[in-house]
Write a protein that binds this ligand. Structure first.
Ligand code: FAD
Length: 391
């Protein structure tokens, strides 16, 4: 027996529930399928359990993609204010943490409940847990074979996300379906992920684990002023997670340890000081770090014993401390996946495949990856809305 639907959405995460709710509320007969036993685990664990559900300063330049303009249309039609209005309608209390990042005062579960309720208002039907076996195409649209039966639909929306945190059920299904139907997939890789350091660097800085610094870090086109955290395996913290999305194997990253100062002017102004350089730096940097950094750079003299050219070199090293990570900590520790279904094959207005009418890709599965700070959920809501209004 074959059931017929107007729309099938595979993946009941952030983007999938948003899309299903919108399509359902427009009167479409929607089936939402997910293989998980628990609903929207990624929302539940997001933002340390408080879900950083959007960012007030959301703009296309907060996203990485082969086509940086692709996200503009969807983001313009579903803005942070639209999601905030929804959050307020449900009486969910929230606060701005830093840099425009909005978090629930209470639990991320409230956002899951909001999306579930919106789906309910659209009379969305659920199959969960349900395993999708194959997806085929015929004259009437798409046929989805599952362990609960065979479903026919006019429109199929892939919302299965990326590969981050395999322990909560990430799969490459969206990429596989894209390739099955001839769409290009940009090689996925982990992003917003801690970076590992080479053994030699770790030996020098290994016992700094747990220590954090406010820095400006840059690599390729990325530049972020946030905190950097030393860990047992390397470096993490918001600054490093952000730059990891730009970093590629073999790249150095550059760290400005004194983002508020002109280091050379500052050092020269104290050029007559008899204080040893590491003790002097310990006035503005954590002492243990200042000591290790000076030891690694063979700097042990009092400030007054350095010549002006030597002070300039030290200033350069402080403003451009270059380290070469040996890799990332991989999908287990990543918050998102870079790459995914290539945007060139999709309509930026509707997320529909240009070559395969009726087939849509939304959310993290698409080659649009946000910075840290609520931008990934905003993309999930906006792309889910774009497809939900179109199907
Ligand atoms: P998901 O929310 O991942 O949903 C995909 C759904 O598809 C899942 O329910 C999954 O079970 C289902 N699925 C997968 N494969 C199959 C299959 N084969 N068959 C059926 N169903 C399948 N972003 C922010 O903006 N703010 C944050 O605070 C934040 N915190 C995060 C914290 C952590 C630890 C992690 C890992 C991520 C965080 N993110 C955050 C990123 C954000 O969670 C994702 O970008 C977002 O959830 C992507 O939405 P999505 O709907 O595309 O995918």
């Amino acid at each position: 027996k074959k059931e017929s639907w107007d729309v099938i959405v595979i993946g009941a995460g952030a983007a999938g529930m948003m899309c299903a709710a919108q399509a359902g509320q427009r009167g479409r007969k929607v089936l939402l399928i997910d293989h998980g036993r628990k609903l929207a685990e990624k929302i539940r664990i997001s933002g340390g359990g408080h879900c950083n559900f959007t960012n007030l300063h959301c703009a296309p330049d907060n996203y990485l993609s082969q086509n940086p303009h692709f996200c503009r249309s969807a983001l313009t039609r579903f803005t942070p204010q639209h999601f905030i209005a929804l959050v307020e309608r449900y009486g969910i209390r929230y606060h701005e943490k830093t840099l425009g990042q909005l978090f629930c005062d209470g639990s991320a579960q409230q956002i899951i409940a909001l999306l579930q309720s919106e789906c309910g208002q659209g009379q969305v039907n659920w199959r969960m847990p349900c395993e999708v076996q194959t997806v085929g195409r015929n004259e009437e649209g798409f046929q989805v074979a599952t362990n609960q039966g065979l479903y026919q639909t006019q429109a199929l929306v892939m919302a299965t996300g990326g590969l981050a945190v395999p322990a909560i059920g990430s799969t490459p299904m969206a990429y596989q379906i894209a390739e099955q139907f001839g769409l290009t997939v940009i090689s996925p890789r982990p992003a917003l992920v801690p970076l590992a350091l080479e053994p030699e660097t770790l030996r020098q800085f290994g016992d700094l684990s747990g220590l954090s610094l406010e820095v400006e870090v840059s690599c390729r086109k990325g530049r972020f002023r946030e905190s950097l955290l030393f860990t047992h395996q390397g470096i993490s913290g918001p600054a490093v997670l952000q730059i990891s999305s730009y970093w590629q194997n073999g790249d150095f990253i550059s760290i400005d340890l004194l983002p508020d100062k002109d280091a050379e002017t500052w050092l020269r102004a104290h050029g007559s000081s008899r204080v040893r350089i590491d003790n002097f730096l310990a006035e503005v940097l954590p002492r243990r770090f200042a000591q290790q950094w000076c030891a690694a750079h063979n700097l042990s003299k009092p400030l007054c014993q350095f010549t002006p050219p030597e002070l300039r070199k030290i200033a350069d090293a402080l403003e451009n401390w270059r380290i070469r990570p040996s890799g990332t900590l991989g999908y287990n520790k990543a918050e998102v996946t870079l790459g995914g279904v290539a945007t060139e094959g999709l309509s930026s207005r509707t997320m529909e495949s240009k070559a395969v009418p009726g087939l849509y890709f939304i959310g993290e599965a698409v080659d649009v990856t946000g910075h840290l700070g609520g931008f990934n959920f905003q993309w999930a809501w906006a792309s889910g809305n774009a497809a939900g209004q179109a199907v």
